[in-house]
Ligand binder design. Structure first.
Ligand SMILES: *Cc1c(COP(=O)(O)O)cnc(C)c1O
Length: 355
């Protein structure tokens, strides 16, 4: 028998979430963000379900080539552009769209044969201070790109640092409007949070990621509140049950000490499956549909759950680590992280079933 841990990916939920993104995008075109193996959901599997998107955005060149080889003809954006001159042939061959965020990339682009043609996103730093051209560098780079025969079209891009929190986007929109006035070039701005909360950021292209996977980008919210359907379910089973006495401890480091007689279930799922090791005692799980909490330290292949109040729990009882009935956002919050990190961390050893 196979180890019972399993991830289930719901293709219909992906399609539904893309429709939700479209309903917020109006006339703008949608780039489905599928970086990091489609946030852990499987690149080609997710792209197949999202094939009605106007384009895909990713960071990994190999993945972009896989998308083309699988027959996807729409726009494919590389969100960090190219890193070395030697990648440019692949961009030209597959008609990939690079993000140009640093002046050095313009020199590399100029080495392409003059009859090559690429659509280009030009990324501005409007306050995130990660990737993007500084206001003082933008004009010169823009003029150089306009002078290159290899550049077929230009779209302005920026990324929001606080679309999901109280600081919002307008401080960055003001910088953007000064650097590149609204009518100067087409725009590609919104991530999921901006798309859901700030309609004035929509522009010509939007770049939703996490919402396509059914999660809310906002603190203290879960996807279903925004009409989104969770896509990934992580399930396993109880593989052993034991009774422990007051004073007994559970797991590595004896992190948990029983205060009274307790019934402890061992679940076949650990950090080598993608479950967060830093999840504290009490992180929620559903045992046979009933809410329970973890005890002790999550180990590589197993975690323990207090099932003292779930007499029906025994070997073989199904356990939901996250999914429709237990939002991954809630598990992430308990573990001091965000849904993105848990989804991306799904380990290659976990068998995936698509429904
Ligand atoms: C990851 C990413 C996105 C998608 O962000 P979400 O919060 O997942 O919607 C959009 N734009 C860029 C540049 C990104 O790196």
């Amino acid at each position: 028998m196979a180890r019972p841990v399993q991830a289930t990916i719901d293709a219909a939920a992906l399609r539904h979430n893309l429709a939700v993104a479209r309903s917020h995008a109006g006339a703008a075109r949608v780039l489905a963000v599928v970086k990091a193996n489609a946030y852990g959901h499987g690149l080609l599997r997710a792209a197949q379900a999202l094939r009605d998107a106007d384009g895909f955005a990713t960071l990994e060149l190999e993945g972009a080539v896989q998308l083309r080889d699988a027959g996807f003809r729409q726009r494919i954006v590389l969100l960090e552009g190219f890193f070395h001159e030697r990648e440019l042939g692949t961009f030209a061959e597959h008609d990939f769209v690079p993000v140009i965020h640093a002046p050095e990339q313009v020199d590399m682009l100029a080495t392409l044969p003059e009859d090559a043609r690429l659509d280009v996103l030009i990324k501005l730093n409007t306050g995130m201070n990660r990737l993007g051209l500084q206001p003082e560098a933008y004009e010169a780079v823009l003029q150089r790109l306009r002078g290159l025969s290899q550049v077929r079209s230009l779209t302005v891009m920026t990324h929001f640092a606080s679309a999901d929190d109280a600081r919002g986007v307008d401080w960055q929109m003001a910088v953007l409007d000064r650097m590149a006035p609204p009518e100067s070039l087409p725009r590609c701005l919104a991530n999921s949070a901006a798309l859901l909360r700030y309609p004035h950021t929509v522009g010509d292209w939007v770049r939703p990621g996490i919402m396509l996977y059914g999660c809310s980008p906002f603190e203290d919210a879960a996807g279903p509140a925004a009409g989104l359907a969770p896509v990934m379910e992580l399930t396993s089973e109880i593989i052993a049950v034991r009774d422990i006495q007051p004073g007994d401890t559970v797991g590595y480091g004896g992190l948990y000490t029983a205060d009274r007689p307790r019934r402890i279930a061992v679940v076949a799922c650990g950090y080598a499956d993608g479950y967060p090791r830093h999840a504290p005692v009490g992180t929620p799980v559903l045992v046979g549909g009933v809410r329970a909490g973890t005890v002790g330290r999550v180990s590589m292949d197993m975690l323990c759950v207090d099932v003292s109040d779930i007499p029906a729990a025994g070997v073989g009882t199904p356990v939901l680590l996250w999914g429709r009935a237990l939002p991954v956002e809630e598990v992430a919050r308990a573990a001091g992280t965000i849904s993105y990190e848990l989804l991306c961390a799904l380990a290659a050893r976990v068998p995936v079933k698509e429904i």
